[in-house]
Ligand binder design. Structure first.
Ligand code: UDP
Ligand code: MG
Length: 143
């Protein structure tokens, strides 16, 4: 099944100059980038994007962090890309992420874990629409 997923390189990873290395890791894993741009979330936009976590104790800190600087948002497309991206990212907590994953290599802690990736088809569709207009996605395929 050809899928799309939303990837985010989080603010501290952008600030540390890791965009190129992280995109390289995704492309090396066979993931195709069909849209990409820098963005900056306001605090309100970060709250809206992570609304599913609004009752969690980390919500205030997470939304402050995610609005603290520019992020690199991209749409990845391919067979099973949602789970493939999650595998290449590694577990949420970098300390528990498998060796060779993005989060193990570049994540600082459970919050500043370098990257975001959608966790399912429905969240992928809504997260992609949060950042991209259909005409900004450059694919041969009609999803
Ligand atoms: N997060 C955090 N503390 C936690 C769990 C999550 O700060 O105990 C942050 C972290 O940045 C994570 C994001 O909240 O990436 C979303 O959490 P989720 O459980 O959806 O993890 P993910 O899907 O990003 O692996
Ligand atoms: Mg998640």
């Amino acid at each position: 099944m050809i899928e799309r997923t939303l990837s985010i390189i989080k603010p501290d990873a952008v600030a540390r100059g890791l965009i190129g290395e992280i995109l390289r890791r995704l492309e090396s894993g066979g993931l195709k980038i069909v849209a990409a741009k820098l963005a900056r979330l306001s605090r309100e936009q970060a709250r809206a994007f992570y609304a599913v976590h609004k009752e969690r104790p980390f919500f205030a800190s997470l939304t402050e962090y995610m609005s603290s600087g520019p992020i690199l948002v991209s749409v990845l497309e391919g067979e099973g890309v949602i789970m493939k991206n999650r595998e290449i990212m590694g577990a949420t907590d970098p300390a528990k992420a498998a060796p060779g994953t993005i989060r193990r290599e570049w994540g600082k802690d459970v919050e500043k874990n370098a990257v975001h990736g959608s966790d399912g088809r429905e969240t992928a569709a809504s997260e992609i629409a949060f950042f991209f207009k259909p005409q900004e996605i450059h694919s041969d395929r009609k999803p």
